[in-house]
Write a protein that binds this ligand. Structure first.
Ligand SMILES: [Zn+2]
Length: 166
């Protein structure tokens, strides 16, 4: 009897992944990770800055698509494994990632796209996942994807454009 109950419990527990619903966004890591370094957009396209956020991660940890779309790139750039997903006009990027998907493949939010590559450097000696977001040619804060669905207060009055962070 005990083995049967155990088997049922194992079967009923879903794999750890962001808990997405269609059309929503989720963290690329599970459970929600610590943010090691925040978004710091460059003043000019060629300027210094940080074009995404760095999330605490460990090598081999699964990486999930933050939203539904299709894989537009999965490969290596300068030794770093990179996965890029196009979601309409916006694109999310993940690195360093050992890709488990190929370019052209459709993904849902929470689809496992690879694992964190054992390649420190971007975060010093720590391992991290760099998560980027672009709309056309503009870099945006990927955390804004998550904030947009956890807003608890109504928006009033309409706010002006946000102050440009320095
Ligand atoms: Zn980074």
């Amino acid at each position: 009897m005990i083995p049967v109950v155990f088997a049922l419990a194992v079967t009923l527990i879903p794999p750890a992944a962001p808990s997405p619903r269609p059309g929503q966004w989720g963290w690329p890591l599970s459970p929600p990770p610590a943010v090691i370094r925040t978004f710091d957009p460059p003043a000019a396209p060629w300027g210094a800055g940080h074009r995404g956020v760095d999330l605490a991660a460990r090598p081999g940890q699964p990486v999930y698509a933050a939203g539904a779309g299709h894989v537009s790139f999965a490969g290596r750039i300068a030794g770093y494994g990179v996965v890029a997903i196009t979601h309409g006009r916006v694109r999310t990027t993940y690195l360093p990632v050992e890709p488990a998907v190929e370019a052209g493949r459709p993904v849902a939010v929470g689809t496992r796209i690879g694992t964190v590559q054992d390649r420190p450097g971007h975060c010093g000696l720590r391992h991290c996942l760099h998560w980027g977001l672009r709309r056309d040619l503009h870099y945006l804060d990927p955390l804004s994807l998550l904030r947009s669905q956890v807003r608890l207060l109504p928006l009033w009055p309409p706010a002006g454009p946000p102050a440009r962070p320095r």
